[in-house]
Design a protein around this ligand. Structure first.
Ligand code: ADP
Length: 435
């Protein structure tokens, strides 16, 4: 499948050559596939809207490549550009951009004026969309008398009137209360899933990230990283060995501006302090960080955990401190094996070394999470751990399969065991992953 939008090294410089010259995009690269829901996420001023307007065909790039359905739209004649903006691409804005002197229905059907359609047909088509978004009762009223949520739904209806393939949304719920926001966000999701439109949504609000298939995190005029939403079935193929659906990616959604190394620390620390209080997290995080960096000895690690509260310690017994050290070491060692496994995924057949790595993971998982296990279950674990580590199945699929019965190709573990196994395995994957 080919991307519907291809962007490579895109540059946009405002006021080029003048004293107030400003490079808003400094070499952006991304690709978007048909029917994807993409979020451009980043702080205010990072260039999200600039990118959106370039895609819309109203802001010519200064350099780089921007192809939509294989075409450089900035080479279009003015007729071709009108067709593109009518039939290929639609947009909704934060401020709705409705025409106050027109009725709701006329606002929605206005773009059809250029289509040659009869007024009666235009009205019919407009009404159908108003009905769909539950604003048909308001059709004859002026759009100025509507609530924010209604106005945005009118704008959504208008953006769909020409049935474009791509829908752009620039902070579409930025002006709405939380109930209206959720309505509009759900509407956009429905348009993505049911109408199969490609959606590119700009936001600086992390809570909308779960709607997208993929998120481009932007910073200072560039894409800082691309994150795949592990909860959505992907449209762009996820190459084995490159992107993986991990806990780290989930954490990255919760703490979007934290570096990968900090996320790794969080992932282990959250696991270790499960039985402890939240206030102890910081101490554990610090120690795990030092452990990952190799700047603390085992003795110091244990001593720090055993130290009295007054000196920032946790007053652990030696036994308990020793256990935490072992857990941390285990996770880091096995994570190394996961990383090595993934780096060698391209090998055609599983080498003995690769099988050994999976066996080590499996043994550790059994030791920690399951006490009795059948030969069948061991074989099942080996196959399924390998698929999960390689990223061929998602965390959710793996977890679900664990507790299915053998006839349904499941592992036959109890729900409690399934949860423990899955959580523990994700720990190694999280630590072993490169983003
Ligand atoms: P975002 O949508 O992420 O908030 P924008 O794309 O709107 O960011 O803007 C990126 C940067 O470009 C900002 O620093 C902004 O001030 C600047 N900028 C935007 N539009 C113009 C313009 N027409 N002229 C000069 N600078 C602009």
């Amino acid at each position: 499948m080919k991307p519907i939008i291809e962007i490579k090294d895109l540059k946009v410089i405002y006021n080029e050559g003048k004293a107030n010259e400003y490079a808003a995009l400094r070499g952006e690269s991304l690709d978007i596939y048909p029917e994807e829901y993409i979020i451009l996420f980043g702080p205010s001023g990072c260039g999200k809207s600039t990118l959106l307007y370039s895609i819309l065909g109203i802001l010519a790039p200064t350099g780089g490549k921007l192809l939509i359905k294989g075409d450089d739209v900035y080479k279009y004649s003015s007729d071709e550009m009108v067709k593109f903006q009518q039939n290929v691409i639609g947009i909704i804005y934060q401020s709705f951009n409705l025409i106050p002197s027109l009725s709701v229905l006329d606002n929605v059907s206005l773009p059809l004026i250029f289509s040659g359609m009869s007024p009666a047909d235009r009205e019919r088509k407009g009404m159908a969309l108003l009905k769909r978004f539950a604003i048909d009762q308001q059709a004859k009223k002026l759009s100025t008398n509507m609530s924010g949520g209604q106005m945005q739904r009118i704008a959504v209806a208008r953006s769909l009137i020409n049935d474009p393939e791509i829908l752009l949304a620039d902070e579409p719920v930025g002006n709405l209360d939380s109930v209206s926001s959720a309505e509009v966000m759900d509407t956009l999701e429905e348009i993505n899933i049911k109408d199969k439109k490609t959606i590119i949504l700009v936001t600086h609000d992390a809570k909308f990230i779960p709607y997208a298939h993929r998120v481009y995190f932007m910073k200072d005029g560039g894409v800082e990283r691309e994150v795949v939403n592990p909860e959505k079935k992907q449209i762009k193929s996820v190459a084995p060995g490159t992107t993986i659906l991990t806990e780290i990616e989930k954490l990255a959604r919760i703490y979007p501006y934290i570096s990968i190394d900090e996320l790794r620390v969080k992932s282990i620390a959250n696991y270790l302090v499960e039985e402890l209080g939240f206030e102890q997290l910081e101490t554990v995080e610090k120690l795990v960080e030092m452990m990952i960096r190799g700047t603390v000895t085992k003795e110091r690690f244990i001593a720090a955990l055993m130290a009295p509260f007054s000196r920032g310690g946790l007053e652990f017994t030696h036994d308990k401190a020793q256990k935490m050290l072992e857990k941390t070491e285990n996770i880091l060692n096995l994570a190394r094996e996961v990383r090595q496994y993934r780096e060698r995924l391209q090998e055609k057949y599983n080498s003995p070394k690769q099988l050994e790595r999976i066996k080590n993971l499996r043994n550790e998982i059994i030791r920690e999470c399951v006490f009795e296990i059948s030969g069948m279950q061991i074989k099942w674990l080996d196959e399924n751990i390998a698929s999960r580590v390689a990223g061929f199945i998602s965390m959710e699929d793996f977890r679900e399969r664990l507790s299915l019965v053998a006839e349904k190709k499941g592992g036959g573990f109890s729900p409690r065991q399934a949860q423990a196994i899955s959580r523990y395995l994700e720990k190694f994957i999280a630590q072993g992953v490169h983003l």
